[in-house]
Design a protein around this ligand. Structure first.
Ligand code: ZN
Length: 451
């Protein structure tokens, strides 16, 4: 049979199965055949790509970004461009609005279809009473089945719009999400009422350093709140996904809950695996939750290696250097990271710590697709799945230069860092979007993913 494309001379990393030498034949954007042996020329194809024995991972799925802070619509162009440079084939963005998301949805869906190079899904933040009643209709009409609950936004931090959050809203929200088929609660777990007391004391000392920001949000505030989120998840029967885990104490709570609550999931981010509160990047590296210590970094790596941590997300926030270099207490938390997420895992995980490519494929694609309702369309390499692939070269060394990454953001906390292990080809539904560090895809190729 005539195929559209043949990826040959590949080492296919198939989650939960193994690594196989072989080739993948693609037709109409999906995997049509897999040959688990050196290519012997079974099919003819319009296009043949010889990947030279490199590893082919299922396309990287980035579950955690915040688009719309550069431009509501054009961020889909710039940030999907930079994501594709980092091997990402599907990206999710969180949205927070005081009003109904039915107003926002048509605009951002259309922006994906007109501007994105890769596929997209959305998550909506449940922050107001009016959102509670609409959870069902967000699932039915928008295909959005994952909802954010930000426990760090109550008390003084949520004094007025757009968010007014409390445990009661979380309980009712979880109950409503539990009734949605494939529903998932994504929880930012920090106890902000405790944080405010620490914060007032540290601000009064006149400190402006990055470590002061971290010390104002101590580790136990995360651990305690993870416990509470999972408790409500179990109580209401709502699958519960902790976003951006940062602490060794939190990891311990996750481990304990996973024994008794099978729908307890957890994500971490690259920066919590590489940067401490004393990072030389200073104010640029302010994030919420904050950067921690070497001991926390080591604990998170162990959680990745042993399978406790389910997914990686970059918590990519579209901000500029200028927005970051004001007072540490006033600046917006977060920074861009989608492009460097996979290189950090390959460089610091695979090359330096013996993390297996199987685990990389699980935490960047397979688990993510399963948890967010995209599997088996995405998340694996098998006949019938979308032909989304990330081809990686473990030996390529590159020094990160934000100016080359194409994001609306103009900085990286990895600026000047040399990472070993980079994606060299990104394919989305059979179309090559990035090859050898160049974007070769088409704007508007991206699809919105109803779930
Ligand atoms: Zn976030």
């Amino acid at each position: 049979m005539q195929m559209d494309c043949l990826l040959k001379n590949a080492r296919l990393v198939v989650p939960r199965q193994g690594i196989f030498e072989g080739s993948v034949a693609i037709r109409d954007g999906v995997v049509a055949a897999i040959h688990r042996e050196p290519f012997v020329g079974v099919e003819t194809a319009v296009k043949v790509i010889d990947v030279g024995g490199r590893y082919v991972l299922p396309g990287v799925i980035e579950p955690h970004s915040h688009l719309g802070r550069g431009s509501l619509t054009d961020d889909f162009r710039t940030e999907s461009w930079t994501a594709a440079l980092g091997g990402v084939t599907t990206m999710f963005s969180y949205y927070t609005r005081p009003t109904t998301y039915h107003e926002l949805f048509p605009t951002i869906k259309q922006a994906v279809e007109e501007r994105a190079y890769i596929d997209f899904g959305f998550h909506f933040n449940v922050a107001r009473d009016n959102h509670l009643d609409e959870i069902d209709s967000y699932a039915e009409r928008c295909g959005v089945r994952s909802f954010k609950f930000n426990m760090a936004r109550s008390g003084e931090d949520a004094a007025g719009p757009p968010e007014a959050w409390d445990d009661g809203l979380m309980h009712e929200g979880f109950s409503n999400v539990a009734r949605v088929k494939g529903g998932l609660a994504c929880v930012h777990a920090e106890n902000v009422l405790v944080i405010w007391r620490f914060r007032n004391r540290i601000v009064a000392q006149g400190r402006e350093d990055l470590a002061a920001w971290s010390e104002s949000r101590p580790n136990f505030c995360e651990a305690e709140t993870i416990h509470r989120a999972y408790y409500y998840g179990q109580l209401t029967g709502c699958p519960t996904y902790i976003v951006h885990l940062t602490t060794k104490e939190g990891l311990q709570v996750v481990k304990e809950w996973k024994k008794k609550f099978p729908a307890a999931y957890v994500e971490t981010c690259p920066h919590y695996l590489t940067h401490t509160m004393n990072a030389p990047e200073g104010k640029l590296a302010k994030a919420t939750p904050p950067l921690r210590t070497e001991a926390d970094i080591e604990a998170l790596w162990s959680g990745l290696l042993d399978g406790t941590i389910d997914t990686m997300g970059s918590d990519h926030v579209v901000l500029t250097r200028e927005q970051k270099m004001i007072g540490i207490w006033e600046s917006r938390p977060g920074f861009p990271g989608v492009t460097t997420m996979l290189p950090v895992l390959l460089s610091e995980g695979v090359n330096r710590r013996g993390l297996s490519l199987q685990r990389v494929a699980e935490v960047t694609s397979y688990n993510t697709a399963r948890i967010f309702g995209l599997y088996p369309k995405k998340g694996t390499i098998q006949v019938g799945s979308d032909a989304d692939f990330t081809v990686v070269d473990l030996d390529v060394e590159r020094t990160v230069r934000a100016a080359e990454l194409g994001s609306f953001s103009d900085f990286s906390i990895y600026e000047g860092h040399t990472l070993k292990g980079w994606p060299v080809l990104t394919m989305v539904r059979g179309q090559v979007v990035m090859q050898d560090g160049q974007i070769v895809g088409q704007k508007g190729w991206g699809q919105y993913l109803y779930r």
